[in-house]
Each structure stands twice: as C-alpha cells, then as structure tokens.
Design a protein. Structure first.
Length: 315
C-alpha cells in the first residue's frame, strides 16, 4: 500500500463526505493504493454515522471511534498504530488542509527519502491577533528550544515514513511536537513544504488561545523529556548539588564567623544567613529525592492504555 491518510476529528460531520471525495479523487488520479483512517475523537454530532456510511461505500475507508474525547494526540496515536501505508499523511478534517498536496508530499518521502515532511501554511486565513501572532511566537520558541528548524509546528498536514510513526510515542498534547519526537528518536532527515491554507468552510474551530498556553507548557515538557527523560538524576542531582553547595557555603561562613570573627555575641539563629543555609540544604535534599524517585519510576514504569476505543470499521 502506498499511502495511509490519518484524519483525527471532532464534530466535523458537514465536511467529512466532501473531504473523502476530494482525497479519493486525488488518490485515484495518481493511481495510489491507499487507506483513509478517520479517528472520531468522541464527537457528539453525526460524524461517526457519516464515517460508517463512507466505509460501506468504500473499503479503503476505515474508522476508529473513541469512547469519549481523549485529544488529538491520542487520536493520532491510534491512527499510527493501524496505518499500513509506506507513507503516512496526517491532515485535519475541517477542509483547511488541501489534499492536492498529497502527491508531492508522497514523492518527498518515497523518492527524496525524507523521514518526515511538515507543511508550512505560509499564507494563512486566520485572525492575525488571535492566531497568527501567537503562532509565530510559539514557532520561534519551538525552533530555539528543540533545534528543529521548522516554520510551522502546528500544521496538521504532514507526511511520514511508516518507520517514523511506528517508533514514536505521541501522548498528552504532544502532536504539535511530532517532528521533535522524531528527531529525538533518531529520524533527523526532516523537511518542510509550503502548503495551501484554506478558510474554514463548516463549523467553528475547536482550538482557542489557550492552545498556545498549553503549547508553551508542552514545549518545556518536551525539552525536559528530550534531555533528561532517561536520566532524571542528571538534572535533579545537579540542582541538588548546587543548592547543597550554597547551603554548606553559608554554614561554613557562619561557623568561621561564630568561632573567630563574631565579637558581638549575636546568635546564629538571629542571622539571615542561617535561614538561607537551612532553606537551600532542604531544597537540595528535595531535588536529590526527586531525582531518585524519577529513576525508580523510570525503571518500573508500565505502559497503560491512554484511550478507549468504542467501535471500529473495516479493520
């Protein structure tokens, strides 16, 4: 099979049939063998019924229905787990991603041997204040922190070699940082392609300004994970050593001053340096404990299901 198209969705019943027709037309005109995997992330509208109808009409259409809304990252994880195409394309279900981009994305993976190609919506039809400016700031911070030089981390239109999606773990809200996860896993040949962005045709956006707040928090998380996930003691131990060093320094100063320099008879507990020494030594010990706990958890962790599937079609 040439291509798996993975489409997470939430309440997009109006756009699904049109999106399917568009993708099928592109696939057939380019003589691709393909599958389209819709992941219904707990929709409360008629999206699942539409997916079932499409799957009955075309066996290339497959569907996964979550028991409730678990988030886009979990939906992508489920789709990646089922995908069988040599190239995996992800796109949103709101018709803002253009299926006409698929053939070129496929060629970049299959013939130019990129591990991952991310879309770049260079010209956008979103609000400048609520989306464009925060997106530019977010992407700048992501580039500086991760070292992956992409202009648009948030673009849902991406192409992957099958090996990439089978060897990365997309969880939490880390779908924004799949290129970073891929790089951390050893897939360093990451490219970018300018893609068309289209105005939303049906419904309303499912993301507000809070996604950028969550995005920056996730950026800190992935920075930590990429550097210290396998060695938490290296971070917490280093911070603990620094704090303990500061605490012992103040303790040494207070001891010398009390024995040799202090002629006023002032109590050590009446001096601010005593509380600085006490606080830093306690904090340093806590950092060490956090590091030890992190190492213990790392060595004893068990994989748990992060979502519950309610129904599937054509698998």
């Amino acid at each position: 099979m040439n291509i798996s198209v993975v489409i997470p969705l939430l309440n997009e019943q109006e756009s699904l049939t049109e999106l399917y027709d568009w993708i099928a037309k592109v696939m057939q005109s380019n003589h691709f063998s393909y599958e389209i995997i819709f992941i219904d992330d707990g929709s409360t509208d008629d999206s699942w019924n539409v997916i079932q109808q499409l799957s009955q009409k075309d066996s290339n259409v497959k569907g996964i229905r979550f028991l409730r809304n678990f988030g886009k990252s979990q939906a992508l994880h489920a789709g990646f787990d089922k995908a069988k195409g040599e190239v995996v394309i992800t796109m949103d279900a709101d018709l803002q991603d253009n299926p006409e981009e698929i053939p070129e994305l496929y060629q970049m993976i299959a013939n130019e041997h990129y591990d991952l190609v991310s879309g770049w919506k260079k010209k956008r039809y979103d609000s400048v204040i609520s989306k464009n400016l925060p997106s530019k700031l977010f992407n700048w911070a992501a580039r500086q922190t991760s070292g992956v030089k992409l202009n648009d981390f948030n673009c849902g239109l991406k192409a992957y070699n099958l090996d990439v999606v089978k060897n990365i773990d997309v969880n939490g809200e880390m779908h924004r940082y799949i290129p970073v996860l891929a790089k951390n896993a050893g897939f360093s040949n990451i490219g970018e392609k300018v893609v068309l962005h289209q105005a939303r045709k049906y419904g309303t956006t499912k993301y507000g300004i809070n996604r950028f707040i969550h995005g920056f928090l996730d950026l800190l998380t992935i920075w930590f994970i990429s550097r210290f996930a396998r060695r938490p003691m290296h971070l917490f131990g280093a911070l603990g050593v620094i704090m303990l060093f500061i605490g012992f320094g103040f303790t040494l100063y207070l001891g010398i001053d009390k024995l040799f320099l202090n002629t006023s008879g002032r109590l050590i507990t009446a001096r601010p340096q005593f509380y600085i020494a006490l606080s830093t030594m306690i904090i340093g010990t806590q950092f060490f404990i956090a590091g030890f706990l992190g190492e213990i958890i790392l060595r004893n962790k068990e994989d748990k299901k992060r979502y519950l599937i309610n129904d599937e079609v054509n698998f």
